[in-house]
Write a protein that binds this ligand. Structure first.
Ligand SMILES: C[S@@+](CC[C@H](N)C(=O)[O-])C[C@H]1O[C@@H](n2cnc3c(N)ncnc32)[C@H](O)[C@@H]1O
Length: 273
């Protein structure tokens, strides 16, 4: 038995995934025929339910990874491997107020909304109306839209928000908007950026040398998948070699280090990952 209102993932015989916020009276129209949600409610997670044409669908509780993979995309999205680290570095959790731009298709927005919970808030900015609408649709499909406030607008005018807990920018020229960050966040808040090329990272680092940021970190995350064959365990032939560079820092945080303005503290701590 699954409580109505819960999000379920229905997997077709060919692996196609459908996401639904369960309503007992609903009917899902698929290429394999109609699925009565009433059956899904009664059968529960892990069960197999059948369409009126007799095709078997598996009922699963979706993970955040499933949701991000299913985001309908018309922009480049941030990958789960990067999102995981972003969430940890920005300290996103229940009750957080977090700012992001641009929301694009909404992959990162989905994760932020998932983690801030009902008590938190995601303030997403997107200058292209069609992407703002797409992001909204993607969130509505999985029932997370009430946690996100999407502004169809350019961040060149600032964020219009005060005392947020964290900020992430996934825009081409983030250095143009740094001046708006201090007024939008609590002192010492964590901030992050994703950029695809080293040239952009250099431009951002140069702009960050005004003393407003500390504890700057630049990294990239590589995931190497293995073929899960016990007797011939070896890496996949191909891998995603590059998605983007991640840049993290703390806003201001005076007194945390003895860094001269224009010079960053690079932590020499033993690596833990
Ligand atoms: C790569 S996409 C973001 C993808 C998104 N983070 C995700 O995970 O799905 C970059 C987006 O930033 C938007 N953008 C770029 N500059 C902007 C600005 N100054 N203000 C608001 N949005 C901006 C673009 O329109 C684009 O949709």
């Amino acid at each position: 038995m699954i409580e109505p209102g819960q999000l379920v993932m229905l997997v077709s015989p060919k692996g196609k995934r459908y996401f639904r916020v369960l309503q007992t009276e609903d009917v899902l129209n698929t290429n394999d025929g109609q699925l009565q949600m009433q059956n899904v409610v009664h059968q529960g997670y892990g069960a197999v339910v059948h369409t009126h044409l007799g095709r078997a669908y598996t009922v699963l509780k979706p993970t955040l990874y499933d949701l991000i993979k299913s985001v309908k995309r018309r922009t480049q999205i941030i990958y789960p491997k990067d999102i995981g680290y972003i969430i940890i570095k920005l300290g996103i959790g229940p009750g957080c107020r977090v700012i992001e731009a641009g929301c694009g298709s909404g992959a990162l927005t989905t994760a932020l909304a998932w983690f801030v919970g009902d008590a938190g808030r995601v303030y997403s900015f997107e200058r292209r109306q069609e992407f703002a609408s797409l992001c909204r649709e993607n969130l509505e499909k999985i029932g997370l839209e009430s946690r996100v406030q999407i502004a169809d607008g350019d961040i060149e005018q600032g964020f219009g928000i005060e005392k947020a807990d964290a900020l992430f920018l996934d825009v081409r020229t983030p250095w143009e908007y740094l001046e708006h960050i201090p007024g939008a966040l609590i002192p010492g808040a964590p901030v992050g950026f994703l950029l695809p090329t080293v040239n952009q990272v250099s431009s951002l680092l140069s702009a960050m040398q005004d003393g407003s940021f500390s504890s700057v970190e630049v990294l990239e995350i590589l995931v190497r998948r293995y073929k899960p064959v016990p007797e011939r365990l070896r890496p996949e032939d191909r891998m995603v070699a590059h998605t983007g560079y991640l840049i993290f820092a703390r806003l201001g945080a005076p007194g945390q280090d003895d860094t001269e303005p224009g010079e960053f503290t690079f932590h020499q701590e033993k690596e833990i990952c």
